[in-house]
Write a protein that binds this ligand. Structure first.
Ligand code: AHG
Ligand code: MN
Ligand code: MN
Length: 344
């Protein structure tokens, strides 16, 4: 049984951030930014937790720029994050899955040097059935000399992220965070109202026997993915020589959290339905922050053909194929792509 942190030894998110600031690894503004995002996520957690009692379930009756129907909680979570981050003076601009273009900081407030991108509610198809959802965020520096951030200023590869994280609203609410010095997990103490460090330096096992993919898309996949998953399914009798188990929550946050905790590979590959858009998942506020967290925990993240964090974004809502998780398993999936491309 793991030991619960006692009140005297518990490290709160606030204390963790102050110590990182003292060590010179984050600026006061970045510390404020993370505190503000964490506070907004606590508010979202309360709304998610109320469920039907809060009148927050169901469709908003609107759509986002990506042609997806918005849930009431997609819209509410976006508003909570926008409002919380508008006035602190730490940001030059924000961008979100739920907004067509980036959002400047209102003129009445001071502006800072950071850019914040977020998926306010990830896994929204799971809200109405009471399955874990989450919030994903990524922080970049605003280019020097830019005070009025516009879309093009956000288009930086994932290697430029200074911070990334997600919260998962599950049986407990957790915040998983990296500032480029390991990946750390905090659990929300609901009575006290603060996040407490519960796992320092998460480490993803390099090998795994578990994969996460939406198998219903199998017939739409391209040849290397067909070959890779075909060999996973062949199990002990196949070329991999071991049986694999499968899990798919359909909330990226929940699937990635499982992988950070016990290993595995997560994949949303190109398929015939999403090929024209370049993939299903979004680079800037889904794939990049998750890839940063996974790499910081010793895992790997790729499009299948390129390290995810080195992809040069061409638009705020750009989509990419995603393979991330246990290092050797991601390398194996990448090898299937390389061998296929070499033959073609
Ligand atoms: P979002 O709710 O932010 O649009 O993201 C949903 C994403 C991701 O969380 C999940 O892994 C994937 O979509 C599920 O896709 P399928 O429904 O196609 O399985
Ligand atoms: Mn999402
Ligand atoms: Mn979303």
């Amino acid at each position: 049984m793991t030991q619960a942190p006692s009140a005297s030894t518990a490290v709160s998110l606030t204390r963790y951030l102050i110590e990182e600031q003292r060590a010179g690894r984050i600026s006061p503004d970045l510390r404020l930014l993370i505190e503000v995002v964490a506070r907004a996520c606590k508010t979202i957690s309360i709304a998610v937790g109320k469920g039907a009692l809060g009148g927050v379930l169901g469709d908003a009756g609107t759509g986002n720029i990506q042609g997806e129907a918005q849930k009431k909680l997609d819209v509410l979570s976006n508003e909570i994050l926008l409002e919380a981050n508008a006035w602190g003076g730490h940001l030059a601009g924000l961008a979100s899955e739920e907004m067509d273009t980036s959002h400047p900081i209102p003129d009445v407030y001071p502006r800072g040097n950071y850019l914040l991108l977020f998926d306010p509610l990830d896994g929204s198809s799971n809200i109405d059935v009471n399955i874990s959802v989450g919030t994903i965020f990524s922080v970049l520096r605003c280019p020097d000399g830019v005070t009025q951030a516009q879309d093009q200023h956000f288009l930086q590869p994932g290697t430029e992220q200074v911070c990334a994280g997600y919260t998962t609203y599950g049986p407990s609410t957790m915040l998983v965070l990296t500032i480029g010095n390991g990946t750390h997990a905090f659990t929300l103490d609901r009575e006290v109202g603060s996040f407490v460090l519960t796992t320092r330096d998460m480490k993803i096992p390099e090998e795994t026997k578990e994969f996460a993919v939406n198998m219903s898309n199998q017939r739409y996949w391209q040849a290397p993915m067909q070959a890779y998953v075909g060999d996973l399914l062949a199990g002990k009798e196949g070329p991999r020589g071991k049986d694999f188990n499968m899990r798919w929550v359909a909330s990226m946050v929940a699937d990635v959290h499982r992988i950070l905790t016990r290993g595995g590979i997560f994949s949303y590959p190109l398929d015939a339905k999403c090929a024209a858009q370049g993939g299903k998942l979004r680079l800037m506020y889904e794939a990049n922050p998750m890839s940063f967290l996974v790499e910081q925990a010793g895992g790997a993240a790729s499009t299948g053909r390129q390290r995810m964090l080195e992809v040069q974004p061409t638009g705020l809502h750009m989509r990419v194929p995603v393979f991330l998780g246990s290092k050797h398993e991601v390398e194996t999936a990448v090898r299937y792509h390389a061998e296929h491309d070499a033959q073609a």
